[in-house]
Design a protein around this ligand. Structure first.
Ligand code: URA
Length: 206
C-alpha cells in the first residue's frame, strides 16, 4: 500500500487550526474544506490522462483529459468535511455515500447506509478523515471493491499507526493520502494527539 503523508506549509497551518480545541465549528468546517483541496491535489497526482486534439484560437494542438471517470465516496458523516476539494476541482465527479459507525464499546464498524453510483473502472476517492483502528475505512474499501473500480484512493486527515497497519494488511493495493500520521490510539480508540471527534467538531454536536 502506498502511504502519502502530505508535506506543505499550508497543510501544517490548517491542521493546527483543526487540532486546536478552541477552534469553533464554523472555522473547523472552513479549514477542513481548505485542507480537502490539498489532500485531493495530492491524491489525484497520478491518475491517468488521455490525449485529445483541440484547437486554440491559433492552431490545433494536443491537450489532455482524465481517462477514467471519478467518484467520491464519503463515509458518513465526517467524510462530508472533505467533499469540497474534489467537488470544486473536478466538478463532474459523482458522489456516493456509505454509512459506517463505530460501536463505542467494541470499536467494531457497524454498517447502516449505502448509496453508490456506478463504480466499475472508475477512480474512486474514499473520504474518511480519521483512520483510527482502520475498521470503518477497511469496511468501506471492501464495499467499494465489490463494484470493481480502477483505483482506490483513501483521503484522510489524521491516521494512527494501528489503522495504517490494518489497511496495509487488508488492502495493499490502495493509495492512502493523509495530512498526518499521529502517535497512537488511546484506550477509547481516539487518535492522540488527534483533533477529537471529527464529526462532532464539524457539525457542532459537542
Ligand atoms: N474518529 C474521530 O473522529 N476521532 C478519532 O480520534 C478517532 C476516530
Amino acid at each position: 500500500m502506498e502511504v502519502i503523508e502530505v508535506s506543505h506549509p499550508l497543510k501544517d497551518h490548517y491542521l493546527t487550526i483543526l487540532r486546536n480545541k478552541n477552534t469553533n465549528f464554523e472555522a473547523f468546517r472552513n479549514y477542513s474544506s481548505k485542507l480537502s483541496y490539498i489532500l485531493f491535489l495530492e491524491a489525484s497526482k497520478n491518475i491517468s490522462l488521455k490525449d485529445i486534439e483541440i484547437e486554440t484560437p491559433l492552431t490545433k494542438t494536443i491537450g489532455y483529459e482524465i481517462e477514467n471517470e471519478n467518484v467520491a465516496v464519503a463515509v458518513l458523516r465526517a467524510g462530508l468535511g472533505l467533499a469540497d476539494g474534489i467537488k470544486e476541482l473536478l466538478p463532474n465527479t459523482s458522489f456516493g455515500y456509505i454509512g459506517v459507525q463505530r460501536n463505542e464499546e467494541t470499536a467494531n464498524p457497524e454498517y447502516y447506509y449505502e448509496n453508490l453510483p456506478e463504480l466499475k473502472n472508475k477512480n474512486v476517492f474514499i473520504l474518511e478523515p480519521m483512520l483510527a483502528t482502520g475498521g470503518s475505512l477497511s469496511f468501506a474499501i471492501d464495499k467499494v471493491k465489490e463494484y470493481h473500480p480502477k483505483n482506490i484512493f483513501a483521503l484522510t486527515v489524521i491516521c494512527a499507526p494501528e489503522g495504517i497497519n490494518k489497511l496495509k494488511e487488508k488492502h495493499p493495493d490502495i493509495t492512502l493520502i493523509t495530512a498526518s500520521i499521529d502517535e497512537k490510539l488511546n484506550e477509547n480508540w481516539y487518535i492522540v494527539p488527534g483533533l477529537g471527534d471529527m464529526g462532532d467538531r464539524l457539525f457542532g454536536t459537542v
